[in-house]
Ligand binder design. Structure first.
Ligand code: NAD
Length: 252
């Protein structure tokens, strides 16, 4: 029986990259996992690959009513929610701050910060309806970034959104910790996912690699392993924290 047997997990942005790796680890640990993504076909493919304990769900996490429906669907199928990995996000082409149009700013903040607020709001509401199990009701892990800790030049909106995710994480932990809800965050460094390959020009990636230990980037599974642990009961006394997972690239 796996460590996560009997747990119900929700993974947003689970159709590929870090979210897909997270879904895979949770399924192999015995959890029932809902892969929620904007890409219906991507969520379907991942669910088929991961087998009978993985379920696809189409959602746009920038739409609060869709987030309400997402949580409701999880609860109607499984009766509860134990782990929520708020991971869906987008990237954007780098530019200097003065060159960004307001529309790009708003799109990024909606996708990478407001969406996390919507998810936390409705996941925590659900947790608070659940009975305590060994002093716990549920755990959230939000995906921030190295750009949630230090500046990513060329990405003012991404940097602001990911710093904001850490703020939300701390508030969630302090407001609900006493009620059996934990909220932590992961801050991945540069990780080998479709997002990276689509958004980072090769010359920028080459520069970034020079700053990475051994000139290497992380794998999705390297990042997901930390998120799985933060969700798990083993991390029961860890709350409001952000864990940088980047091989030591931005030690502060
Ligand atoms: N890859 C990296 O180097 C890196 C570094 C730091 C942080 N991150 C963060 O990790 C998270 C996952 O990134 P990834 O690299 O795996 O990206 P990815 O693009 O490979 O996967 C992201 C997934 O999120 C989904 N998604 C995007 N917007 C959505 C929405 N509105 N509603 C529902 N689903 C949506 C996409 O369809 C996609 O399947 C993101 O929050 C990203 O900012 C990534």
């Amino acid at each position: 029986m796996g460590t996560h047997h009997g747990k119900v997990a929700l993974v947003t942005g689970g159709a590929r990259g870090i979210g897909e790796a997270m879904a895979e680890m949770l399924v192999s640990g015995g959890a029932q996992v809902v892969v929620a993504d904007l890409s219906a076909s991507g969520a379907q493919e991942v669910s088929e690959r991961l087998g009978e304990n993985c379920f696809p769900l189409t959602v746009d996490v920038t739409d609060e009513s869709a987030v309400v429906e997402m949580v409701a669907q999880v609860v109607s199928r499984f009766g509860r929610l134990d782990y929520a990995f708020n991971n869906a996000g987008i990237s954007d082409a780098p530019q200097r701050l003065v060159d960004f149009e307001a529309a790009s700013w708003h799109r990024m903040i909606e996708a990478n910060l407001t969406s996390v607020f919507y998810c936390m709001k409705h996941e925590i509401k659900q947790f608070l309806t659940q009975d305590l199990r060994d002093d716990r009701r549920g755990a959230i892990v939000n995906t921030s970034s190295g750009a949630g800790v230090i500046a990513a030049p060329g990405q003012p909106h991404y940097t602001a959104a990911k710093h904001g995710v850490l703020g939300l994480t701390k508030v969630g932990a302090q407001e609900y910790g006493a009620e059996g809800v934990r909220v932590n965050a992961i801050c991945p460094g540069v990780t080998d996912t479709p997002m990276l390959n689509e958004s980072l020009p090769e010359e920028v990636l080459a520069q970034v690699l020079k700053t990475m230990p051994g000139g290497k980037i992380g794998r999705p599974a390297d990042v997901a392993a930390a998120a799985v642990w933060l969700c798990s009961d083993e991390a029961r006394w860890v709350n409001g924290q952000s864990l940088i997972i980047d091989g030591g690239g931005i030690v502060r």
